[in-house]
Design a protein around this ligand. Structure first.
Ligand code: M6R
Length: 630
């Protein structure tokens, strides 16, 4: 009998601390929203400025409002604002500041107002807290705290945190212990960073949303000179590449000179190893590009080759595990789900092997088919997506093994999986996933070739494709897509069709266009048109037709004819030009890797459609980069 797949609320009380004192993922709801957290404690005196710089590198995680609190010359300075992160007004933040917390918000509880922006303070103003996630039982806690004389200034769930820590501090007198005991009262998944002006400490706690510690050392010194604590590495990579990952159910406490880790439930201390981050600083920056999205599209000149560069022995081992598994399931969300769906075609056409795809959010409906010798392959850029973590939990409960294909090393999915393949795309900052998708497709295609005992052929094909992408992404090609966007950007509806692996790419094209340009875009399997969607076609409707030099070609061209006969404007994407096309975007021929190449011009088209329609493609409305909410 399957266990309850929704889990029970994630209170870190005694109920959740039952297994070796570790709060178990399956006890937790995935309700945390995406926000960016940054903190610094150490010898530097520009902690305020560092925090604002760090926050700007986390803005992709939320951009409703932002705020900072920094201890400068004995005083706690605070600035909060709605909208994108601006410059801090007060010059006081620039010197004498060695302790700070900062936050960029994606609102959940309480509207987007300056008052609701983090940090939130304790009654006496000595504790400042930033928070990612939801304290699900905040109403109850607020009522109790009010009865004890606490006043609340915001509508947020977060504000109960500093007030409760303050109450606990009265009991123990120890700040880290006060944070720990406060955490035992919170339901939900979260990451918390608390600053205490009196003890000059920063304390971080994690039960779901990521928190990573950056350790700074002056050259030639073994002792640390400062600690950064953030939701993601780009926030502090300028200062240090040495990191320590906080795991679920763990806390860290630092006074800027040393750091200690402990288990939230038991208070027992934990050892942590330091890990050196290898990616280059420029990979996390925009460089000369106006937007991260365009920069990341162009990064595909190199990133696909990096994804292909996997250890052949490992790929063969994985192929063998798939061959032996009693059922292989592929799950992901959004764009990563489209990679999984394309892989279903790769495995069928190339290796004649059946795998089962489901969007991660639907996976639990299929748990009956999981056996201890089943294999779940999860695909995720961020490695933090709640629905994927939930699918992993469902699989684990059945004793199945999990292989993760992720971009972010050290992410929760990476660390929770039995085995991980990294796609090495480098940091992907734009909300729209681009280079991560092509890396995921490349790795999945490579595995399909290994499964058909033709790994070398697959690798050669993919490396040739990577080099073709490098050639394709030339200035003339990009300009051509900008011209096409200029032609069609005023159309409110756009359709994309494909067949075989170009069908999931048609669905992906629609996501890309929708999320950044807000144009109503829909993707279909070409053969499905005549079963309904063709009724939408009007004179001049732009329809993108994804093609390849493959067995699906004649069928998709017939579908294009059907559209053209209803007055559609046909935009062909693929290696060959056909009469039915009104416009043609030439893409190099790539055989079974065609999907990887075909999606790239659509990414660029989506980007230019957004820009031409006056939207910021890096910050689409209502979305956040990694969806840590179920
Ligand atoms: O980080 P993940 O790959 O797990 O994220 C999955 C989706 O949330 C993500 O692909 C989303 O659909 C993108 N915004 C699409 O561009």
């Amino acid at each position: 009998m399957a266990e309850d797949v929704t889990g029970t609320p994630g209170r870190l009380g005694s109920g959740a601390c039952d297994v070796k004192g570790v709060p178990r993922l399956h006890h937790l709801h995935y309700h945390a929203r995406m926000c960016g957290i940054f903190g610094y404690a150490g010898k530097r005196t520009d902690a305020g400025v560092i925090a604002i710089e760090g926050l700007k590198n986390l803005e992709y995680r939320g951009y409703d409002s932002w705020g900072i609190a920094s201890k400068c010359g004995g005083e706690l300075l605070i600035e909060k604002n709605i909208g994108a992160i601006g410059e801090i007004k007060s010059e006081d933040f620039s010197g004498r500041c060695s302790l700070s917390v900062a936050h960029t918000r994606w609102a959940t509880h309480g509207g987007v107002t300056q008052r609701n922006a983090h940090p939130h303070l304790s009654e006496d103003g000595s504790i400042a807290v930033v928070h990612n996630g939801i304290v699900e039982n905040y109403l109850e806690l607020r009522r109790d705290l009010k009865a004890k004389g606490h006043t609340f200034l915001s509508e947020t769930d977060t504000e109960v945190i500093p007030h409760l820590i303050e109450e606990e501090l009265k009991k123990s007198g120890d700040f880290a212990e006060a944070v720990r005991s406060a955490c035992m009262n919170f339901d939900g998944r979260y990451a918390i960073l608390a600053l205490h002006t009196k003890s000059n400490m920063l304390v971080a706690a994690r039960t779901g949303s990521p928190l990573i510690i950056g350790v700074e050392r002056n050259a030639g010194h073994a002792a640390a000179s400062g600690y950064f604590i953030a939701s993601d590495i780009p926030a502090f990579i300028k200062h240090t590449r040495v990191v320590q990952y906080l795991d679920d159910g763990e806390m860290a406490a630092t006074n800027g000179r040393s750091i200690s880790f402990m288990d939230i439930c038991t208070g027992e201390s934990r050892a942590k190893r330091e890990i050196k981050i290898t990616y280059r600083l420029e990979q996390a920056q925009k460089g000369d590009y106006e937007h991260f999205m365009l920069k990341e599209i162009m990064d595909q000149k190199e990133s696909v080759a990096r994804a292909v560069n996997q250890d052949e022995g490992e790929i063969r081992t994985i192929a063998e595990a798939i061959r032996r598994a009693k059922g292989t399931f592929l799950v992901g969300c959004g764009t990563a789900a489209k990679a999984c769906m394309a892989a279903e075609y790769f495995f069928s056409v190339i290796a004649e092997h059946h795998v089962n795809f489901a969007p991660a959010s639907e996976f639990k409906m299929f748990h009956h088919f999981l056996k201890p010798d089943s294999l779940l392959i999860v695909v995720s850029q961020s490695g933090e997506t709640a629905d994927v973590l939930e699918a992993m939990r469902v699989a684990r409960d059945k004793g199945a093994k999990v292989l993760a294909i992720v971009n972010v090393e050290g992410s929760t999915i990476d660390r929770d999986a039995d085995y991980t393949l990294l796609i090495n795309a480098g940091p992907e900052r734009a909300v729209a996933s681009t280079k991560a998708l092509t890396g995921q497709l490349a790795v999945l295609l490579l595995i399909a070739y290994a499964l058909s005992e033709r790994l070398k052929d697959g690798k050669t094909l993919l490396l040739e494709s990577a080099s073709a992408i490098n050639d394709m992404l030339n200035p003339r090609f990009v300009e051509r897509l900008e011209e096409l966007a200029e032609k069609i950007h005023e159309n409110d509806d756009l359709y994309i069709i494909g067949k075989s692996w170009n069908y999931p790419m048609a669905l992906e094209s629609a996501i890309k266009i929708q999320e950044v340009s807000y144009v109503h875009a829909e993707g279909f399997a070409g053969g499905e048109l005549k079963h309904g969607p063709i009724a939408l076609i009007e004179k001049g409707s732009p329809c993108i037709v994804l093609t390849g030099a493959d067995e699906a070609l004649q069928d998709i061209l017939s579908n294009a004819q059907e559209l053209k006969a209803r007055g559609a404007m046909i935009i062909g994407v693929g290696p060959q030009k056909f009469e039915v096309f009104d416009e043609w975007i030439k893409v190099p021929e790539a055989g079974t890797a065609q999907a990887i190449l075909n999606i790239i011009p659509i990414q660029a088209l989506a980007y230019f459609l957004a820009v031409k329609r006056g939207k910021n493609p890096d910050m689409p409305r209502n979305l956040a980069k990694s969806v840590t909410v179920k």
